[in-house]
Design a protein around this ligand. Structure first.
Ligand code: NAP
Length: 269
């Protein structure tokens, strides 16, 4: 397939995990990708995964939650490839724990890496996306359908994407820019994936037991299909779709089910 021949993608947070899998698929389909992670020192390691696409990729170490980092990403994409067709706002961190016990610095970091960063990168890229009539895609989560206990920060930032998509669609429709978000389902993590605990320490994400987990390639394909078809909202997985639908009609039922789950989780820990 060559759905993305010569299309230029900025994929934030593509040094590992889902972002890296999306990048690989775009490159295989003839696109060009600006890869990103926070650390400038990771360039050689990240690019070594893409050695067969050397003239189609560039890596930019920059923190999206800083305006200057976001601007650097957009400027480098233009410098390297001359245009921007798609921004995938994928960079983000998760956090676990009650809001009461979470350190203010962690609250700030989760909001900044997921939300502020996505808005900064989109802000700087919009003039170029208007020229290319391109796309902005936000990687949201099933945690954005209905707030989860112990994930108040994560649910809040992922839900905020939905509001951003609704507003941006209006602001950009005359310019032919597509804006979308995916409610991403459980996806296999890299073994090195870390999450911030409420003390502000990074800890490895535990392996998910008993839950259907998509491969990174499967989730990457769902994201790219959405971008290609310019769909606004996509909910991944049967479980996700059922949850979305029932929550729309009977939000109290989902509240009761999730409250029950939360009670069980807090009792067993
Ligand atoms: N995996 C799932 O089951 C799942 C489900 C729903 C939604 N999602 C969402 O999908 C996205 C990717 O998830 P993942 O599992 O692939 O996570 P991951 O393995 O932790 O990867 C996150 C990426 O974001 C980068 N990053 C974090 N903060 C950044 C910042 N401030 N500036 C620039 N880059 C930053 C990291 O790079 P460095 O560490 O090199 O900076 C890394 O490349 C996230 O937005 C996540 O919330 C995941």
């Amino acid at each position: 397939m060559t759905r993305f021949k010569n299309k230029v993608f900025i994929i934030t947070g593509s040094s590992q995990g889902l972002g890296r899998a999306i990048a690989r698929k775009v490159l295989l389909e003839g696109g060009k990708v600006l890869l990103n992670g926070r650390s400038e020192g990771k360039a050689v390691e990240v690019l070594s995964n893409f050695s067969e696409f050397a003239d189609q990729v560039v890596y930019v170490g920059a923190d999206v939650s800083k305006a200057e980092g976001a601007k650097k990403i957009v400027d480098e994409a233009i410098k390297s490839f001359g245009r921007i067709d798609v921004v995938v706002n994928n960079a983000g961190m998760s956090a676990f724990g009650t809001l009461e016990k979470t350190k203010p610095s962690v609250i700030q970091e989760i909001i900044d890496s997921n939300l502020t960063g996505s808005l900064f990168v989109s802000h700087f890229a919009i003039p170029y996306l208007k020229q290319s009539k391109g796309s902005i895609e936000f990687i949201s989560s099933l945690a954005a359908i209905h707030g989860l206990g112990n994930y108040s920060l994560y649910s809040a930032v992922k839900m905020a994407y939905i509001g951003a998509v609704q507003s941006l669609r209006k602001e950009l429709q005359e310019d032919g820019v597509h804006v979308g978000a995916i409610y991403l389902g459980f996806t296999k993590n890299d073994a090195v994936k870390k999450t911030l605990n409420s003390n502000g320490d990074l800890e490895l994400v535990p392996v998910r037991k008993g839950l259907p987990v998509a491969t990174q390639e499967e989730s990457a394909e769902v994201v790219l299909n959405q971008i290609y078809k310019r769909k606004t909202f996509v909910v991944q997985s049967i479980l996700g779709k059922a949850n979305f639908l029932v929550n729309r009609i009977f939000p109290k039922i989902i509240h009761l089910v999730l409250s029950n789950q939360y009670r069980k989780m807090t009792k067993s820990s």
